[in-house]
Write a protein that binds this ligand. Structure first.
Ligand code: HDE
Length: 697
């Protein structure tokens, strides 16, 4: 009998003579059963009155299967619907015992299991990964003192200061309600209408128009807790804290045109990258850093530390690295884990506490509430992915889908009937900071929240030239998609408050003539804030090819030795090496053998790679120069400022794609060519090329 696992045609004939179907038994395949454990005899034919007769109501196998299928979907997250996640651990390297009683932050060397989910905010679950958007960065720590959820973003500030504005922000950003589009983008009237009328969003607008909003990989972005939190030590002493995640691979972004094309070329770009990296053993890793400060600093800081539209520059409060997070295991099941994981800002452990940040306070209610409708009831905490990995006992009982089976008569307290019922513990238990509050009850915002422009300017001034150019271009792109002139004009007026020069540049890009009035502002912009290097991605760039992807284009006639040499070098550098050929079956090498391919040309555009090599012979270059997908491959790599390595024979292809010589176009003509190319590629993009290729306003 042919082996069904190795013989590709062995399973083709599994329909029996009588029309019944059954895959052959044998091997280690366990029998398939119904949900009641009854073994199923045929999973491909429903029960009928005769071969061509009506389907019978009594077919419980069919009914159960279809009925379960009908209920497979749950409501997607109202925001952050699209995400990907992984398991891993957090390891503490420096104790914060002086500041907190949270054991996860005091037991050096201890590894705490984590589950971390990354997401975009605006798009629906099926939207593309590379939309311009904030990325969610949510970490669930399964600590021995209970679950701690640090539900952050890849941007350290937020659009609004008070949670009461959140539904408006999200309604404005998501699809417009009458037409149901656009999907996963802020480039439309309602978002910019809201933003232009919400001056407090200006700082955040600078960030989302920057390259931070189009990361190259989840593993190449920073994460931030955003709010100021509190730590409480054994004596109850309080210290303020802001949390930061720092990627080991360094931060990196794609360029905008690339992001647009990746959305088509591989809508799963980020989740695939996360999955593949973990499968390959290249585990994504971040350092956890904290900014710690006291009331005295909070008093003298230029802005209110409770205002989530502000950050504290690292030059003022340096980052203290206290541990690392490694993601080393992909989920077994997307729905059970990534979809059902329920993050709540209110999930904190003894030693970590909230502040009065009004955004944080609102979130504490929102996340718990949303899980009730998303996951169907109050027992979501009993799902395997949400369950704490320490003892969990209380008198909450029953409800939909209760999975725990509590024992005994006592489900109340105080009680005396059983000697081992649970009781609150004032010593080990969670205690809130006894902050003193007084004043009038009112709906108002503190005047200390009123400066909406100074840090926006500081952010812009902290960027390198290409990064500033990208911010301007992003504003131009987004506002060009806004139909209402008044909305565009209002955004310009907000920008003029940050810096009239920025507003002028955006106006020039839009072709907007005329004066740009400044929006009224209670606080004029401060120009005395020093630029902060930590706010730029490029200023901190460290050359590397680790975790990056090299795309090697081959065709018939390619020298296999060159491909092998590149592949080995890439492996040594920790880079992924992928071969792209006109046919997925591979190309015929110059030695007559086959060079295997990972991608067919049309399915492997250069946007999927950080750098490309054109490993082609004279014959191959001639053929590829007539192939639009190959020309686009090279043209895009050049336009996206990538380093291109090439054989001397590739010249006709380079010419056809309009590639001009520069530092990033490296010939592999001599024995040192490969090393030269890889060194240049590790330096990242060729930023000097950019002004030659597109208008910079
Ligand atoms: Fe969220 N947010 N948010 N948010 N948020 C949700 O919770 C909300 C805010 C963030 O991977 C929802 O389970 C309010 C800031 C992440 O599952 C919801 C406000 C930051 C995720 C919700 C904010 C975030 C969410 C939707 C203003 C960064 C995805 C489904 C007060 C610090 C978590 C869900 C995951 C998800 C509410 C603002 C981050 C509706 C009311 C600021 C990473 O509860």
């Amino acid at each position: 009998m042919p082996d069904q696992h190795t013989d590709p045609v062995a399973l083709l004939n599994h329909v029996g003579e009588g029309g019944e179907t059954q895959l052959p038994a044998g091997g280690d395949h366990p029998p398939m059963t119904t949900n009641q454990g009854v073994v199923i005899s045929d999973d491909e034919n429903s029960l009928k009155a005769n071969r061509r007769g009506p389907v019978l109501m009594e077919d419980f196998v069919l009914m159960e299967k279809i009925s379960h299928f009908n209920h497979e979907r749950i409501p997607e997250r109202v925001v952050h619907a699209r995400g990907a996640a992984a398991h891993g651990f957090f390891e503490l390297t420096e104790s914060l015992a002086e500041f907190t009683r949270a054991e996860v932050l005091t037991k050096v060397g201890q590894r705490t299991p984590v589950f971390t989910r990354f997401s975009t905010v605006a798009g629906n679950q099926g939207s593309a990964d590379t939309a311009r958007d904030v990325r969610g960065f949510a970490v669930k720590f399964y600590t021995q003192q209970g679950n701690w959820d640090l539900v952050g973003n890849n941007i350290p500030v937020f659009f609004i200061q008070d949670s009461i504005k959140f539904p408006d922000l999200i309604h404005a950003a998501k699809q417009e309600p009458d037409r149901g589009f656009p999907q996963a983008q802020t480039a439309h009237d309602t978002f910019w209408d809201f933003a232009s009328l919400t001056p407090e969003s200006t700082h955040m607008l600078m960030w989302i128009m920057s390259d931070r909003a189009i990361p190259r990989s989840y593993a190449m972005m920073e994460g931030f807790g955003v709010h100021t939190f509190r730590m409480l030590n054994e004596d109850g002493k309080s210290t303020y804290v802001k949390f930061h995640w720092r990627p080991k691979l360094g931060s990196q972004s794609v360029v905008w045109d690339e992001a647009l094309k990746i959305s088509g070329g591989d809508p799963d770009f980020h989740r695939r990258d996360l999955w593949d990296s973990i499968e390959a053993g290249n585990f994504p890793e971040w350092e956890l850093g904290v900014q710690l400060f006291d009331e005295a600093f909070a008093e003298k800081f230029e802005f209110d530390v409770l205002d989530a539209t502000k950050l504290i520059p690292e030059e003022q409060i340096p980052l203290r690295i206290i541990g690392r997070m490694v993601l080393d295991r992909n989920p077994d099941n997307y729905f059970a884990e990534t979809e059902q994981v329920a993050f709540c800002t209110s999930h904190v452990v003894p030693g970590i506490d909230f502040t009065n940040d009004p955004l944080l306070q609102g979130r504490n209610q929102s996340y718990l509430d949303t899980q009730l409708s998303r996951l169907g009831g109050p027992n979501f905490a009993q799902l395997p992915i949400n369950r704490p990995q320490c003892p969990m006992r209380n008198f909450q009982r029953d409800g939909h889908m209760a999975m725990n089976i509590p024992k005994g008569r006592v489900s109340y307290g105080p009680s005396s009937l059983e000697p081992t019922t649970e009781r609150a513990d004032p010593q080990a238990g969670f205690r809130s900071h006894p902050a003193r509050e007084e004043g009038d009850k009112l709906r108002a915002r503190s005047k200390t929240f009123a400066d909406h422009y100074s840090q926006a300017l500081q952010f812009f001034q902290s960027q390198t030239k290409p990064e500033q150019d990208h911010i301007v271009s992003a504003f131009v792109f987004e506002l060009s998609k806004v139909d209402t002139d008044a909305v565009r004009a209002r955004v310009l007026a907000q920008l003029a408050n940050v810096d009239p020069a920025i507003a002028q540049r955006v106006a020039a890009g839009l072709g907007h003539d005329g004066a740009i009035p400044k929006a009224p502002a209670s606080n004029p912009v401060r120009t005395d804030l020093k630029p902060s290097k930590a706010l730029s991605i490029l200023a901190k760039f460290e050359p590397t090819l680790k975790g990056r992807k090299i795309g090697c284009l081959v065709a018939d006639g390619t020298d296999p030795a060159l491909v092998l040499e590149l592949e080995k070098a890439a492996e040594t550098l920790g880079a992924f090496f992928k071969v792209i050929a006109p046919k997925v079956g591979g190309a015929k090498g110059s030695d007559g053998g086959t060079i295997r391919a990972d991608f067919q040309l049309a399915g492997g555009p250069s946007v999927l790679f950080d750098t490309v090599v054109l490993a082609v012979s004279a014959e191959g270059a001639k053929t590829l120069a007539k192939e639009a997908a190959a020309v686009a491959f090279v043209h895009d790599a050049f336009a996206h400022l990538k380093v291109i390595g090439h054989t001397a024979d590739a010249q006709p292809l380079l010419d056809k794609a309009g590639v001009e010589p520069d530092d990033g176009v490296v010939a592999l003509s001599d024995s040192k060519g490969t090393a030269r190319y890889l060194k240049q590629a590790s330096e990242g993009r060729i930023w000097d090329r950019e002004p030659k290729l597109r208008a910079v306003f």
